[in-house]
Write a protein that binds this ligand. Structure first.
Ligand SMILES: NC(=O)c1ccc[n+]([C@@H]2O[C@H](COP(=O)([O-])OP(=O)(O)OC[C@H]3O[C@@H](n4cnc5c(N)ncnc54)[C@H](OP(=O)(O)O)[C@@H]3O)[C@@H](O)[C@H]2O)c1
Length: 249
């Protein structure tokens, strides 16, 4: 049995990832604040295993307990072939010059985009330390980590942090007996709620908003399904982890 822990499975890229990963030999743990009933129903119809854990990633101190629950289930499986973690959940806001962002909004952005994936990774590695199996961590980052725009300082900073974190953990794993492989991926521009959010910001607050509107109008956004397909190709690739930051799908 292969296990997949996917955050942000309620919509967008995470939903497409979980949908495409449904398989007789897979058990998928989905994490987001809202349950995805469409996904749960689909898994039921196909007789595939899904466990949905409604969870707010702002609850950083609750992540240890969440992992106790996940690995209680995993350990009951007689044959564990692989365990994968996909840190996909993310948020864009606040989109505004830094002096206009409240402390709470800055904290929430860094919680969801950076601290939660760090604590998930820590727990994942701790719980799989003694397992001589295939262990893979895929962090969904963003080209915004590298290509900076005004009013996106929180998002860019948290994603750049995620890339550095992936590189650091990847280095650490080189010396481990049963290492986990780690990558950070820029998925492109995808037609999800997150992109709709960018387009809804005023041009006074975000001077580049018209360019994002134009990209959408010209049909240049990828579908979540296409993106998930490419991400899964990377996840299952032979050389997963050989390049830590993957900038193009
Ligand atoms: N779309 C793009 O063009 C694009 C480009 C580059 C990178 N990305 C990255 O791709 C990833 C997925 O984004 P998307 O476009 O699919 O966005 P989306 O459609 O807005 O989905 C975001 C997901 O994150 C979850 N999430 C947000 N806040 C959460 C919280 N506090 N606790 C738990 N879950 C939370 C949401 O679930 P709930 O609301 O149900 O909690 C939802 O499932 C993100 O990391 C994003 O930064 C996207």
């Amino acid at each position: 049995m292969q296990f997949f822990i996917i955050t942000g499975a309620s919509r967008g890229i995470g939903e497409a990832l979980a949908t495409q990963l449904l398989d007789d030999n897979h058990h998928i743990f989905c994490i987001s604040r809202t349950s995805n009933h469409r996904l749960i129903e689909l898994a039921k119809e196909k007789n595939n295993r899904i466990s949905y854990h409604p969870f707010d990633l702002n609850n950083l101190s609750g992540i240890d307990q969440l992992f106790e629950e996940l690995f209680n289930t995993i350990q009951h499986e007689s044959k564990i072939d692989a365990v994968h973690l996909i840190n996909n959940a993310g948020m864009l806001s606040p989109v505004a010059p830094i002096e206009l962002n409240s402390a709470d909004s800055i904290i929430e952005n860094v919680n969801i985009n950076l601290l939660a994936p760090m604590i998930f990774t820590s727990n994942f590695i701790k719980h799989t330390l003694e397992l001589n199996i295939d262990k893979r961590i895929m962090n969904i980052s963003s080209a915004s980590a590298k290509y900076l725009l005004p009013s996106q300082s929180c998002y860019s900073t948290s994603k750049a942090g995620l890339d550095s974190f992936s590189k650091s953990v990847s280095l650490e794993q080189l010396n481990k007996e049963y290492p986990a492989k780690v990558v950070s991926v820029y998925p492109g521009m995808i037609d999800t709620q997150l992109q709709a959010e960018i387009r809804s910001v005023s041009s006074e607050t975000f001077p580049y908003v018209d360019q994002f509107i134009q990209i959408a109008q010209e049909g240049k956004l990828q579908t979540p399904e296409y993106t998930a397909d490419k991400l899964i190709e990377i996840l299952f690739s032979e050389d997963f982890g050989s390049t830590v930051v993957i900038e193009e799908l």
